[in-house]
Design a protein around this ligand. Sequence first.
Ligand code: ZN
Length: 159
Amino acid sequence: MAVLKIRTNPDPVLRRKARKIAAIDDSIRKLIDDMVETMQESYGVGLAANQVGVPLRVVVIQVPEQELLVLINPVIVETKGERMVIEGCLSVPGYQAEVPRAESVRVQARDRNGKIFRKRGTELLAQALQHEIDHLNGMLYIDYLKDKSQLRKTDSFKE
Ligand SMILES: [Zn+2]
C-alpha cells in the first residue's frame, strides 16, 4: 500500500466528472487500498479517487466507530430532510464552512468484489456520502457558498 498525494483546489482533476468503473480488477483494488491508507494518514473521514488524481468513481469512507466503507460507482437513490452542517475538505486545507446537506441519504454502490449493496446514512455518514459523491461529479463543498467570505480559517479540518 502507498500513501498518495492529495490534490488541492484549484487542481483541475477535482473539477472533472469521474468515470464509471466497468471492471473491478486488481488495479482498482490497489487504488482502493492506497486510498484507505491515504485517508487514514490524513485523518480524513472520506476520500474520492479524483482527490488523488484518478478520475474514477471510487469513494472510501471511515466514520469514527463505524465500519470502513468502499463504494464503487455510488449513486444517491434517496434523500430526506435538510440541515446545515460545518464541513471541510482535504482538498481545501485550512478552511471550513457551513453548507446545506440532506439529513439522511440512501446510496447504492458496488463493493470491492463487485457486489451491489445499499447503505443508509445519517448524521456524519450522510454528510460524508454526499460530500464524496459530489467530488465524483467535480463538485466541492465551497460551490454551495454564495460568498467566499463564508469560509472560515481553521487549524484542524476533516473531510
Ligand atoms: Zn472533500
